[in-house]
Design a protein. Structure first.
Length: 474
């Protein structure tokens, strides 16, 4: 069993002040694989104090110093790629082949995109009678999820470093090992003491303490909309900036007359990749009523071709979902689709036939789905596709926008026609014949999918304060 029983505060590994041990259960074996100590408010206080002191000097570093520091982090990160992948395979079930490429690579991409943005960033802009200056925010609290853990850590830590901020990170207690390894990486790269601090813990204790802390100037949270609301409420009394990337229920709008075998594999892959545990999974597949039968056949073929298996084995299969609670939630939503009258085309409830333990979900396809069904409205976070038909493009756009979320959307079909549809979709990201975000492009949502943006130039700006200076000498 891996053990990470200390927090990383002020450049040192230290014992928690009153924390309790917590075991992480492997979703493939249902046995303990990692142990950590869930931290306390006192741990957060210590981390914030270290970050506040470090801000006095780190905020004054130059662009060149920050770029050099992030370059050293990337070099150390590459050395630990295997350790990071194995940790995620054990703790959250990402197959090791996928974890070592997509999961680890996403973290690298977050740093590379931020470094590119910093390289050419204008810290001051003349606006006629006044000048706008971008300055460090201060101490930033970072609360990250388990599903793409390194991606979300990097998309927060990198812009904090680039902006001259200091920080306190609370990763998910469902997948904490990669964050501990990440802290080791930053230590090896020579990040100054107090600039980066890691406090392991859960949301109700450490997450709430970070959100409410008067010494934290901004909190950046990625997770569910329900939890994001709690973070915002906890932060309200200290009027700190709250930056959130929350839930999603992304549509895949398949244009009328699209060549389905040609365009659907790329977009439907977002339903099964990472076992469907992506906030931008385009699992609502909207097809013209005249192409329903063909769409069912194509989507069913894609999903049935995806094997499920051991995340510690190399290969192109998918692994389990993260934990028992998530597994039971997905099983309940699949059953709700059956109960509410959708047609189960493949998959369904229960374990796949090749496993007898673990939190594995059958890749599942429903047809005949209507917009009032739970599977059309609630974020499933599993490998479950819902095929919904429309009679014309106006109705398709209406259905695409008909949820409380607005994180992302995919469009499948002719790119020129898709370009006309993209502005009509109420989502922060629209991908044509793809489903993932473009590296360096701003990432974030409309409506209850959050506020603020991450990645690249826009992500860097969101972690900075803006000051206007007037009355300057000519």
């Amino acid at each position: 069993m891996d053990s990470y029983l200390k927090n990383y505060i002020n450049g040192q590994w230290v014992d928690s002040i009153g924390g309790t041990r917590h075991q992480v259960i492997s979703p493939s074996t249902e046995e303990a694989c990692t142990e950590i100590v869930l931290g306390t408010k006192a741990d957060v206080d210590a981390a914030v104090a270290a970050a506040k002191e470090a801000f006095k000097t780190f905020s004054k570093t130059t662009r060149e110093e920050r770029l050099a520091l992030m370059g050293r982090i990337l070099e150390e990160y590459k050395k630990r790629a295997g350790d990071l992948a194995l940790s995620m395979a054990n703790e959250m079930g990402a197959p090791v082949s996928f974890a070592s490429t997509a999961q680890v690579g996403a973290g690298m991409g977050g740093f590379m995109g931020t470094m590119q943005a910093l390289q050419d960033f204008d810290f001051s802009e003349s606006k006629g009678a006044y000048k706008v200056v971008y300055e460090p925010m201060g101490v930033v609290g970072l609360i990250t999820p388990w599903n793409w853990p390194l991606n979300q850590i990097a998309l927060k830590v990198a812009p904090c470093l680039a902006a001259g901020n200091t920080m306190v990170l609370k990763p998910s207690e469902e997948c904490p090992g990669n964050a501990a390894i990440f802290a080791e990486i930053l230590h090896a790269a020579g990040v100054p003491a107090g600039v980066f601090n890691l406090v392991q813990g859960d949301g109700p204790t450490v997450g709430e303490a970070i959100s409410a802390h008067p010494g934290i100037d901004m909190v950046s949270f990625t997770g569910s909309t329900r939890a994001g609301i709690l973070v915002a409420k906890a932060a309200a009394d200290t009027v700190k900036r709250v930056h959130q990337e929350l839930g999603g229920k992304s549509p895949n709008l398949v244009l009328p007359g699209a060549d389905l075998p040609a365009v659907l594999p790329a977009t439907v892959s977002g339903v099964w990749i990472n076992s469907g545990q992506s906030c931008i999974s385009p699992a609502r597949i909207l097809v013209h009523k005249d192409q329903e039968a063909e769409a069912i056949a194509v989507v069913k073929g894609i999903m049935e071709a995806m094997p499920v298996g051991d995340p510690l084995a190399e290969g192109g299969h998918i692994g389990p979902v993260v934990n028992k609670a998530q597994y039971e939630k997905i099983q309940g939503l699949i059953q709700s689709g059956i109960d509410q009258g959708a047609k189960l085309e493949t998959g369904g409830t229960g374990l796949p036939s090749n496993v007898n333990r673990g939190y594995y979900v059958k890749p599942t396809v429903f047809s005949g789905v209507t917009t009032d069904m739970r599977i059309a409205q609630e974020e499933i976070f599993g490998p479950v596709a819902s095929i919904i038909t429309y009679k014309d493009l106006d109705e398709a756009i209406e259905i695409a926008n008909d949820t409380e979320y607005g994180l992302s959307a995919a469009i499948s079909g002719d790119p020129a026609a898709a370009a006309e549809v993209a502005p009509k979709l109420r989502a922060g990201t629209v991908a044509i014949n793809n489903w993932g975000p473009t590296p360096g492009a701003p990432f974030g949502g409309y409506k209850q999918s959050g506020n603020g943006r991450e990645a690249g130039l826009f992500g860097l700006k969101d972690f900075m304060e803006i000051k206007a200076i007037s009355g300057l000498p000519a």
